[in-house]
Ligand binder design. Structure first.
Ligand SMILES: [Zn+2]
Length: 49
């Protein structure tokens, strides 16, 4: 089953990216490096529950 997840910038808290995750493949929370337009740089984005 696939869950819709939101990725939040860990610096400013903006929700910049939406994706899906396979819970069986990735039971743990995901952190990704993505560009944040508000911070104007690459930041760590954390999965929001
Ligand atoms: Zn940001």
């Amino acid at each position: 089953m696939r869950d819709r997840i939101t990725f939040k910038c860990s610096v400013c808290g903006d929700e910049n990216y939406i994706g899906t995750r396979n819970k069986k493949k990735h039971p743990e929370r995901m952190n990704i490096k993505k560009y944040c337009p508000k911070c104007n740089k690459m930041t760590e984005h954390k999965e929001k529950k």
